[in-house]
Design a protein around this ligand. Structure first.
Ligand SMILES: [Zn+2]
Length: 62
């Protein structure tokens, strides 16, 4: 995978759908904290960039 991709997932707090822009050039394994667009609580986002798609995606409560 070598282009930016939008990834949608459910917030672990309010279950509302969030969309993030994944930048595959940021590394094979990425982790960062992002506030939910709906409830503004911090989520720990983790995923791996595979050759075809995003794998092992998780969004957890901080
Ligand atoms: Zn939320």
């Amino acid at each position: 995978m070598n282009i930016e991709e939008d990834y949608s997932f459910d917030c672990p707090y309010c279950m509302d759908t969030n969309v993030i822009r994944i930048d595959p050039t940021g590394g094979e394994k990425q982790q960062f904290v992002q506030d939910c667009e709906t409830c503004c609580r911090p989520m720990v986002i983790k995923f791996e960039v595979g050759p075809e798609s995003i794998t092992n995606f998780s969004a957890e409560r901080e």
